[in-house]
Design a protein around this ligand. Sequence first.
Ligand code: ADP
Ligand code: MG
Ligand code: ZN
Length: 657
Amino acid sequence: MPVDNNNSNDNTNKPSESQRSWVQKYGKSLFLLAATVLLINFGLLPNLGANRRQVPYSQFLEQVQADKVEQATIGREQIRYQLKESATSESEESRSFETIAVPQDQKLVEILRQHNVEFTGSLAETDGGGGGFLGWLFMLLLFFGFWIWLLRRAAAGGGAGGPAAFNVGKSKARIYSEGKTGVKFDDVAGVDEAKAELQEVIDFLKNSQKYTRLGAKFPKGILLIGPPGTGKTLLARAVAGQANVPFFSLSGSEFIELFVGVGASRVRDLFKQAKENAPCIVFIDELDALGKSRGGGNSMIGGTNDEREQTLNQLLNEMDGFEPNIGIILIAATNRPEVLDPALQRPGRFDRQVVVDRPDKIGRKAILEVHVPNVKLADDVDLDKLAIRTPGFSGADLANLVNEAALLAARQDQDTVTMADFNEAIERVIAGLKKKSRVLTDAEKKTVAYHETGHALVGSLIPGAGIVEKISIVPRGVGALGYTLQLPEEDRFLVGEDEIRGRIAIMLAGRSAEELIFGKVSTGASDDIQKATDMAERFVTIYGMSDKLGPIAFDKPQSQFLAGMGSPRRSVSPQVAEAIDQEVKAMVDGAHQMALKILDDNREILAQTAQVLLEEEVLEAQALLEKLEQMQPPKGLDEWLRTGTLPENRDLLPSMN
Ligand code: ADP
Ligand code: MG
Ligand code: ZN
């Protein structure tokens, strides 16, 4: 069953209890306070202190003419005045009055003079009195109140936010309650190795006593490594679902904020929540966004790097800070393990690594089986065939394929999804994938199959190179299109010159096979060539194994600090430099010739094995052994390995320049 990633959005943040109640308690009074201040400022509650009565202008004039007015302040729009003490009756509460000025009345001043009223003009318009002052006071109070409110809110954030971070620091980790990820192990298919490794985690979460009883420390961190869409996130959720424990997930990029320190506080918060909910799984997706090597080249880009470093340090701290067996297991996922800070992979942190690779044919079928129950299939749909036709597809690509096919069928108002729909969907998906250059055409697949078989065949004839365990043409990781796995039979500390020659021949064998079969070479061998040349150069300049140049070290050992700066080469005369170049070239050329010869002598086996590999995609040691045992070493192989001398009759070798 496909698992809808979006349902994670339903789970809201969990605001802390105290924070909510505080807002509820004080929210209303704050609002009232603000409203009061507004009213005052707009003069709707005027003259709180002065208590003046509004009267008509005519009454004012009458009172002046009756000599009742003692003093008046004349503004442009308002006139305020006070009656004489003798003029007020007992019933009046106040002697102060106010009236609207009548600018047309130009005789007012004259009249006031006649009646001996003390009068003055007014610059500021009117009320100036207590209202303004009170307004200021309220403003001040409001600011004060707001400030206190902020501080309290920050405190309610649980000390985790710290007063400086306020609410921004709250972890956005989403909590799934028990078993709520709803994902079971059966929903993840085709990644059996990864599942086997994670099975142990589930077992630990379920019966931790079994482990703690014996004093075993369980790993704290597990790193899922694999290309996008292979089901890393799905696996992590399945672990939580299967173990029936809460699942906290956070993406590495969510830690990184504009403000330095926010990410760190988020990490603190996440772990605080996790500890309260142990046993549980904490999942950090896209760890590389956060765990990039510190002090990396781009540190000059500025602030964000600071933030990442602080966040990373906090994460490392937290990981060291909890005991191994309290039941928190960290799972992180990345598709770029090479950029991770080495400190993250130290023992006690993410020391377990689980590779989640693109599925092989059988895996792809299993994944399709997980996803097809959601659609109505026609009888002609053959999942085996679909699996064969989809090399390089990741789990997400396959889920997408099923959906595309269903969409196509729906568009044509069909009742069921037919094989034809799937075939068309494959083309669509491949067209999309081609851009990402992950899916091979048939011709490319064939090239890769011969290339890898070449490595394997030559490898089987080189003594000490180990047993060929596996060849695969399932694209792997970011760069490799196929791979040959050859494991040494024992630990080696010293390597003889014969072995180095042999290894170089193995490295060049992939390209040699392409040359022999297709008569042309492809870019796929560039990495092999690089490694072969490097090794040949070390053979000459570091190990001093070249007969012509003798045991002289031409390369200076370099300190870590200077590595990569300038040439490591000792100062040598131009003649010696040329001799080095020639020796390196002769070494690589010889190995190339020998690889070609081995494959040429065993063309039949090469063709057969490559054909099987094309069909099966992966060949394991068992299936390979039968073929490899028939391999005939060419004449002169031993001699060449020991001395580097190629057999006399060179024209027997396929000529390649
Ligand atoms: P990743 O995290 O590795 O990039 P996801 O776990 O997000 O990949 O996978 C995306 C979707 O692809 C999943 O939700 C699932 O539907 C499908 N999928 C990926 N891998 C598998 C798998 N191994 N088995 C079943 N479905 C898978
Ligand atoms: Mg993911
Ligand atoms: Zn190769």
